[in-house]
Design a protein around this ligand. Structure first.
Ligand SMILES: [Zn+2]
Length: 243
């Protein structure tokens, strides 16, 4: 194969690799955002669990306050019971005491329910807390891995840029101009293999005369449809085309 075409193929491989590296680097803020959003959700889960526990404790304190009011009333009724004069008054007071005792029982049950609920909610807070600690550790590790990946890709971009410069210096100006122009207008792909009579990128069938010229691999032939610079690889795997 003509060394000029080989250089263009190498140039294309470098450009494609650089594009891919830049694409991965450009997607990194999104990946970082996903990682951080996951951590934020775990943090929010803990905050929610804590606020559910606080609300339950608050409700329990309110019940205890109401209970103490009723208990005070009950004590008052019991004192008054000693001072009643008639049987009828005594029975009325007994009735009040029974009602108050019933209410006390009701509040005590509700308070017990809240205490059991608080046990569950405390366990949930502990679980959420453990999960957050784990998430913080894994997030830090993922961020570090991402940063390492970025450093590696940027180093690769530097290597690619250097290799590109070396090749560019060996390609005639008019050929390079064709390459750069097609690359600009064709999403960074300026070189295409001709295989089975087709341009493998745009899939348009090449005219036999064009195909015959491409198979010689000795000069720049552009696809008549997509303008990409065509090259041919013999099916045997050998790089040389039949003359
Ligand atoms: Zn084409």
């Amino acid at each position: 194969m003509d060394s000029e075409l080989e250089r263009l193929i190498r140039l294309q491989k470098l450009d494609t690799a650089a594009d891919e590296a830049r694409r991965v680097i450009a997607a990194m803020p999104d990946r970082l955002g996903v990682i951080q959003a996951q951590l934020e959700r775990t943090r929010q889960d803990l905050a929610d669990a804590k606020s559910r526990l606080a609300a339950s404790q608050e409700a329990r304190r309110a019940l205890e306050k109401e209970l103490s009011v009723i208990q005070a009333r009950l004590t008052r009724f019991k004192d008054q019971l000693m001072e009643v004069k008639t049987n009828r008054e005594y029975q009325a007071m007994q009735k009040e005491i029974e009602t108050a005792q019933h209410e006390v029982q009701g509040f005590e049950e509700k308070i017990l329910e809240r205490m059991l609920e608080a046990d569950d909610l405390t366990a949930a807070v502990k679980t959420a807390d453990t999960r957050l600690a784990e998430a913080e550790r894994s997030t830090a590790a993922e961020q570090k891995a991402l940063e390492h990946e970025r450093v590696v890709l940027e180093a690769r971009l530097d290597d690619t840029a250097r290799a590109r410069q070396e090749i560019v210096a060996q390609v005639p100006g008019d050929t390079l101009a064709i390459f750069e122009k097609v690359s600009r207008t064709r999403k960074g792909i300026a070189v295409a293999e001709a295989r089975d009579g087709l341009c493998v990128v745009c899939h348009v069938r090449l005219r036999p005369q064009v195909l015959a010229e491409v198979r010689r691999n000795d000069r720049v032939i552009q696809c008549e449809s997509c303008q990409r610079i065509l090259y041919y690889v013999a099916p045997s795997g050998g790089a040389e085309a039949p003359a």
